[in-house]
Design a protein around this ligand. Structure first.
Ligand code: 3PG
Length: 307
């Protein structure tokens, strides 16, 4: 059996070593394709692979067609919007994610971006502190929950919105104030941190009207997905409201326009960095390897996300 790790944005070496150990201990072979850039290289590498570990790498019908022996894809991470689930099901390929394994890393970066915004992007002028500010956590999953834990240390006043009743229960357990509507979260909070997945319902849902409800000096932090932003609407809002700031870990398609229209109030990491820590790579990578071994040896389908 051949397990391919295909990561255009590579894991830390220590994580790859850990993955290799798991895979080889099970008697399988590990192949590594890093920084491949062009899809053709992925199409070639998957041809004789039985299992695949990916990050934000796109697995679509073309990849699945090329992967004649493929039985399982594990997205080492949380969001699986990069995998065509219906096509995987049609190809009899099991798709899993590794929920929670990289969420602390993403949550910590959200605070890195918050502090940067509150200190005026380190431009030397007098900024503000997070302590005592109202933080809105938009979606209370694994990352949202870590954000709440860290926000307590900063002494923030914490609110959260999530459409799922189980998430509202978690907020109550954690002593976070649940908000009934997304609109109210934005109207209430000085800082909103986005943790929604990219789905047909959420794509383009964060834009002019919603963010425009934020109080003066509001900061929007995005460590989720670029697709959830209505870029046109947010650009328009940032032009009208010169008090607002936008900090993102996922560069918008219209990055140059954001830089121009919100100069000094906008920052994007050059490459998605949220889960890019040795710890997150080790946790998510080794979990992925273990899930593959469990699936191939025992048929274990825990964390399967396609039907
Ligand atoms: C995730 O969904 O797990 C995060 O967005 C991290 O993505 P990455 O593995 O591409 O860094």
């Amino acid at each position: 059996m051949k397990v391919l790790v295909a990561t255009d944005k590579p894991f830390a070496k220590v994580a790859v070593d850990g993955i290799r150990k798991e895979i080889e201990a099970a008697g399988y072979e590990l192949a590594l394709l890093e920084k491949y850039g062009e899809k053709n290289k992925l199409l070639e590498a998957v041809a004789d692979s039985d299992a695949l570990i990916i990050r934000s790498d796109v697995v679509d019908t073309e990849v699945l067609d090329a992967a004649k022996q493929l039985k399982i894809v594990v997205r080492a991470g949380a969001g699986y919007d990069n995998v065509d689930l219906a096509s995987a099901t049609a190809h009899h390929v099991c798709v899993m994610n590794t929920p929670g394994q990289n969420s602390n890393a993403v949550a910590e970066l959200a605070f890195g971006l918050m502090v940067m915004a509150a200190r005026n992007l380190y431009n030397g002028t007098s900024g503000s502190e997070l302590k005592g500010k109202k933080l809105g956590i938009h979606a209370y999953g694994n990352v949202g929950r870590n954000v709440a834990r860290i926000a307590k240390g900063f002494g923030m006043d914490i609110y959260a919105y999530d459409a799922f009743p189980a998430a509202v229960e978690a907020m109550k357990q954690d002593g976070i104030t649940p908000v009934e509507k997304a609109e109210d979260l934005y109207a209430t909070c000085n800082i909103v941190s986005l943790h929604i997945p990219a789905t047909p319902e959420t794509k383009g849902s964060i834009g002019h009207d919603l963010v425009g409800r934020m109080p003066k000096g509001g900061i929007l932090v995005n460590t989720a997905r670029k697709e959830v932003i209505d870029e046109e609407g947010l650009l328009q809002l940032l032009s009208e409201r010169t008090d607002l700031k936008y900090m993102t870990d996922i560069m918008p398609v219209r990055n140059a326009e954001f830089q121009e229209k919100a100069a000094g109030r906008y920052f994007s990491t050059p490459k998605k960095m949220g889960a890019q820590t040795a710890e997150a790579n080790i946790n998510a990578g080794i979990a992925a390897a273990k899930q593959i071994v469990g699936f191939l040896k025992d048929g274990c389908e825990r964390f399967r996300v396609n039907k």
